[in-house]
Design a protein around this ligand. Structure first.
Ligand SMILES: Cc1cc2nc3c(=O)[nH]c(=O)nc-3n(C[C@H](O)[C@H](O)[C@H](O)COP(=O)(O)O)c2cc1C
Length: 187
């Protein structure tokens, strides 16, 4: 596997199951593949990861602040310019907001703008269940994101959908497929 310098990967995570393994599953492996990583969390994910000490660990490992609140207008941007965004795990809520352009937190603000930015790839792993996917708006959300050239890591081969509370416990998120999608999208 190549470890050439690949630029800055904006890792965005939400309040979805498995986000606790963001550092070990996505951030550290991305760094091992040559990415500099800048992490942004939704407020829910920020609360979850701060509670278990992961925000501090992510900051230590990436050397950058973890963003979960917007900067003040006079403050400098705390992250370098991003070359590719990956939203993983993406809750059904965040997917719906991205698809409809709602930018009411720092994570959504960054990714909504990225989706409309020319030559800025965005990869999204919707971490959803069968009930989320049966919501009448869901198909339209995925179609809108695909139409905008967002690369979705989605389908039975990467994330089989189970009914709520019926998935096997301890199921790992498909981190390698997410990282491979990032690398394929960028190269
Ligand atoms: C323990 C727990 C696990 C959750 N897991 C998921 C999940 O895997 N996928 C999902 O779409 N929502 C999940 N949710 C619901 C989201 O956290 C909720 O919709 C939240 O508003 C998402 O906010 P965010 O998208 O801004 O992070 C979970 C909630 C809890 C309390």
């Amino acid at each position: 596997m190549s470890t050439k310098a690949r630029g800055v990967l904006g890792v965005v995570a939400t309040g979805a199951g498995g986000v606790e393994s963001l550092r070990t599953g996505l951030v550290e492996p991305a760094m091992a593949r040559g990415w500099q990583v800048a992490v942004t969390l939704t407020p829910t994910a920020g609360e979850w990861l701060r509670t278990i000490g992961e925000v501090e660990r992510l900051e230590k490992v990436t050397g950058l602040p973890v963003r979960d609140v917007p900067r003040l207008p006079g403050e400098a941007r705390p992250h370098p310019q991003v070359d590719c965004y990956v939203v993983a795990p993406a809750s059904a809520n965040t997917v719906a907001k991205l698809a409809t352009g709602v930018a009411d937190n720092q994570a959504l603000t960054q990714v909504c703008e990225a989706i409309g930015t020319i030559d800025l790839p965005v990869v999204v792993f919707p971490r959803v269940n069968a009930a989320h996917a049966r919501h009448p708006a869901w198909r339209g959300h995925l179609a809108a994101l695909r139409e905008a050239d967002v690369r979705l890591v989605y389908g039975p081969e990467v994330w089989p959908l189970y009914e709520p509370r019926e998935a096997p416990s301890g199921r790992e998120l498909p981190w390698t497929a997410v990282l491979d999608a990032v690398d394929e999208t960028v190269t």
